[in-house]
Design a protein. Sequence first.
Length: 261
Amino acid sequence: MPKGVVVAHRAVTQMLGALPAHLPVAGVWSQWHSLGFDVSVQEIFGALLNGGRLVVVPDAVVRSAADFHALLIAERVSVLSQTPSALAVLSPQGLDAVALLIMGGEPCPPELVERWAPGRVMINVCGPTETSVFAAMSAPLVSGSGVVPIGTPVPGAAFFVLDQWLRPVPAGVVGELYVAGRLGCGYVRRASLTASRFVACPFGGFGQRMYRSGDLVRWGADGQLVHLGRADEQVKIRGYRIELGEVQAALAACVGWIRRW
């Protein structure tokens, strides 16, 4: 079952305020993502709160990479938000107007940076919906940099890379990512799940919470985080979370289904 997350208006404005002033955010934004996907909040209010123009991409165009490419050229979109898998089927040819490319939702392969970074500012952001769309941002990506980092915490967020006993691990050591600051309020009508994921933060003040992300990360030598996978069976397809246990449960409910493992 999809999990609805309650996010406060204040958290959204703080999220957009975290975009550095030097980024070219005042321009033409495209709203390509579904309203049920948190990136749409970034796209819509990123345009409106920065005095930009918002291009709402029709559903039929969303399903066609060629049509979307043509729309980006026709509307001279300058701020583009995409998941790596969606960007992989687009060509940068003719998209000289795209001055800012925001990646997120899933790991970004280095070859995308090689194709897209030249001639524009390309950044990688990371953070589940529970942290109000994104909580980390990379430095501008450049060709030849190798592994693409998820960056450092944005203003108002704090990251802790912890072991199973909630102890901080040294730089370079793999741990689970916990995020504090600017969190969502919890899950809609799922109090027990909220309690298990939004836990007390032992590193903050009284009543402060942190979100247990389930992401395995490590601090790099440059002070940026590198994403290494999941601590559970969750996978992502085009930025959407898929819980394999829920898929198995749905299959098990089908008449005639036989488990093969």
